[in-house]
Ligand binder design. Structure first.
Ligand code: GDP
Length: 365
């Protein structure tokens, strides 16, 4: 499964957020694959559409889809030079598909800051520079070998060398790979390099509980947003403390709590959705009387591949996918009426599934 890693300097609220994730996940009793790895937290992906489908179909049970976060502790200045648990930290980051960087945006005299003062940009740069250094090292290691092969006029090596030189120049100017511009052809190659700063980044601004309702006054937040915009990254605002408190509440209690704070959606829910989108994930639904269920797929997956997510036999014996978009289904009120209206399509093996497709797979056994 794709996973997003949570990183941040010490004392910014990482563990508090991760606790919220595991507590929220523990409530999600639907997941038999409860993990034994204490650094992994599995949460349900909030999706209002699932509630609507449940009301429509009245199934015996409803199963949301899940998403995984990994807690990556241990970043310190000098990590790329192997200081502290540096190497281990970088190895863990290498394994995740996206990075959620928790940044402290709250004042609290009782909570020590590692650099002695709260300065979100300073904090972000400590982490980002370590990742840039690590990438620079990987790139520099590879270049001499390519240069040798490029001398023999090896076309692929020449192209890669050019690409790596471009990346190196970017890194030397403190630009993460995700902020550089590439042609479509280059972009494909960049993926294969598995560089740390190529991974999509989400900044998670941890603000004080009493500021959640009036964020305009938070100068820290403004600077984080400006920084993220420069590299085309997104910022999610949370109060880790609030999230930890509401993680154990049921839906109604949670709603009341959030209303009191003057916010509509919990920060964790926003974070889950943002991380999910960042990874290019989408949701399709199956909606039978036994079970209404959301399934995660990667954008660009075909109907048989999506069928294979449910069961490999569904993919092997795939015949057709009876498909209706969520909007068409809701507009028509139920499956029967959607069919009458000609909104239910029979899609074949080349069909690329879309977010919100409600599908019934037909297959041979
Ligand atoms: P970590 O080292 O990044 O994992 O940070 P922790 O989650 O352990 O938090 C460090 C300290 O900051 C703890 O005492 C938390 O209670 C406190 N803390 C975390 N989030 C907030 C917050 O939003 N507001 C305030 N005032 N304190 C917080």
């Amino acid at each position: 499964a794709l996973t997003a890693g949570i990183v941040g300097l010490p004392n910014v609220g990482k563990s508090t957020l991760f606790n919220a994730i595991t507590k929220a996940g523990a409530l999600a009793a639907n997941y038999p694959f409860a993990t034994i790895d204490p650094n992994v937290g599995i949460v349900e992906v909030p999706d209002e559409r699932l509630n609507v489908l449940t009301k429509m179909v009245e199934p015996k049970k409803t199963v949301p889809t899940a998403f995984e976060f990994t807690d990556i502790a241990g970043i310190v200045k000098g990590a790329s030079k192997g200081e502290g648990l540096g190497n281990k930290f970088l190895a863990h980051i290498r394994e995740v598909d996206a990075i959620c960087q928790v940044v402290r945006a709250f004042d609290d005299e009782n909570v020590t800051h590692v650099s002695g003062k709260v300065d979100p940009i300073d904090d972000i740069e400590i982490i980002n520079m370590e990742l840039i250094f690590a990438d620079l090292e990987s790139v520099e290691k590879r270049i001499p070998r390519l240069e040798k092969m490029a001398k023999q006029k090896d076309k692929d090596s020449m192209a890669e060398l050019e690409l790596l030189s471009k990346i190196k120049e970017g890194l030397e100017n403190d630009r993460p790979v995700r902020a550089l511009e590439f042609t479509a052809e280059e972009a494909k190659q960049v993926k294969n390099l598995h560089l740390l700063t190529q991974k999509p980044m989400l900044y998670v601004a941890n603000v004080a509980e009493d500021e959640l309702g009036n964020l305009e006054q938070n100068e820290y937040l403004k600077s984080i947003e400006a920084y993220a915009e420069k590299e085309g990254s997104e910022v999610i605002v949370i109060s880790a403390k609030v999230e930890e408190e509401i993680a154990v509440l049921d839906e109604d209690e949670k709603e009341m709590f959030l209303e009191d704070l003057g916010i509509e959606e919990s920060g964790l829910d926003k974070l889950i959705k943002a991380a999910y989108n960042l990874l290019g994930l989408a949701t399709y639904f199956t909606a039978g009387v036994e079970e209404v269920r959301a399934w995660t797929f990667r954008e660009g997956m075909s109907a048989p591949e999506c069928a294979g997510i449910i069961h490999t036999d569904f993919q092997k014996g795939f015949i057709r996918a009876e498909t209706v978009s969520y909007d068409d289904l809701v507009e028509n009120g139920n499956m029967g009426k959607a069919k009458e209206a000609g909104k239910v399509r029979l899609e074949g093996k080349d069909y690329l599934m879309k977010d919100g497709d409600v599908v019934h797979f037909r297959f041979n056994v």
